[in-house]
Design a protein around this ligand. Structure first.
Ligand code: MRU
Length: 339
């Protein structure tokens, strides 16, 4: 499968593929300081939880190379977007290496490598629970991660295995990650797919044309409540009503071990202009008020299974998730010890 790549590192520059311009133009934006990497995250040049984490990690490499104050660079990166926990996970990993270029570089590379490795496993485990026609929301492919993708990785793998036959792609108002990015990636991968507006899902489910919903996660609490792109909660409720399996797919680095429920997940509020305009064209009376929460929180009891690199976890999630986190920590400690 041809895979899109959201960034590359060359010399003293971290290049970001400008996702705001896809699929119409391929423009690469250079970042030479942590402040520029933070602006790339804040302005959505790069987006998607794992990709934001990798960009932040390389942001700290840039801080070293450009001589920025590390504490200030870390602070600016932490303020770039609030919801995806991968940003904070990556910056926490970089902290012990501040001031040592080789160690900083190798940790940033390790954060990126981990994305690739976990997503290979997520794709395999996710594919095993999918069949027939699946529906997905937002964008969770290589552009959102720098690896194979989470939910979209599983969908593509399931198609390759002949399990999934067709994908419904939610356009994902208002930022249109589904229409612009997921449609682009599925087309590149050669997977049969149809774009729908977000309000068509119930109709298709009612007609028996959706066998499962699988999508990504920006931050999950240890009880399984999770934040993902606005519209996710509505899909979960629809699945519950129609008896359709509903799966979030994520690396365990998207679990926030400090949160025992979803009520404390910070939800990003974005500009009303992104709701009242589409690609610069007004679709509402000028100045009309519009709300724009960029994420919502889905309660864990609406989840069928959580697809992770450690397999698919089932309820009770407040037991299966902490167990998977402990297994993952054990495995990382053995790798670090060379065992
Ligand atoms: O606002 P975005 O485009 O960064 O939101 C992305 C999502 O909501 C994805 O579903 C999530 O980050 C998972 S990406 C594998």
């Amino acid at each position: 499968m041809e895979r899109a790549v959201p960034f590359r590192y060359e010399g003293d520059t971290f290049w970001l593929l400008d996702q705001r311009k896809l699929p119409f133009e391929e423009v690469w934006v250079p970042c030479r300081t942590a402040a520029e990497a933070a602006a790339g995250i804040r302005d959505m040049v790069v987006r998607g939880a794992p990709a934001i984490g990798v960009t932040a990690a390389y942001g700290m490499v840039l801080a070293h190379l450009s001589g920025e104050d590390h504490a200030e660079a870390d602070r600016v990166l932490r303020q770039s977007r609030p919801t995806a926990v991968n940003l904070f996970y990556a910056l926490d990993r970089m902290k012990p290496h501040w001031g040592r270029l080789e160690a900083t570089l190798s940790e940033a590379r390790a954060v990126w490598d981990e994305v690739e490795q976990t997503e290979q496993a997520i794709s395999r485990h996710g594919a095993a629970v999918l069949k027939g026609q699946v529906l997905t929301h937002c964008n969770t492919g290589p552009l959102a991660t720098g690896g194979y993708g989470t939910a979209l990785g599983a969908i593509v793998e399931a198609y390759r295995q002949g399990r999934v036959t067709h994908v419904w792609v939610d356009e994902t108002r208002p930022y249109l990650q589904g229409a612009r990015l997921t449609a682009y990636e599925l087309h590149k991968a050669g997977v049969p797919a149809t774009l729908i507006t977000d309000n068509m899902a119930a109709y298709l489910m009612g007609k028996g044309q959706v066998d499962a919903v699988i999508l990504g996660t920006d931050r999950m609490a240890t009880n399984g409540d999770f934040a993902n792109k606005i519209g996710t909660y509505g899909l979960a409720v629809l699945c519950h009503y129609h008896g359709i399996p509903f799966y979030p797919a994520l690396p365990l680095s998207s679990v926030d071990p400090r949160l025992s429920s979803g009520k404390d997940i910070p939800i990003e509020e974005r500009s009303a202009l992104e709701v009242t305009t589409v690609r610069g064209v007004a679709i509402a009376p000028e100045g009309f008020p519009a709300a724009h929460p960029a994420f919502d929180v889905t309660p864990h009891h609406l989840i069928t299974g959580i697809v992770t690199e450690h397999g698919v976890l089932y309820p009770p999630f407040d037991e299966s998730l902490p167990q998977a986190l402990a297994r993952s920590a054990g495995r990382q400690a053995s790798v670090a010890d060379g065992r």
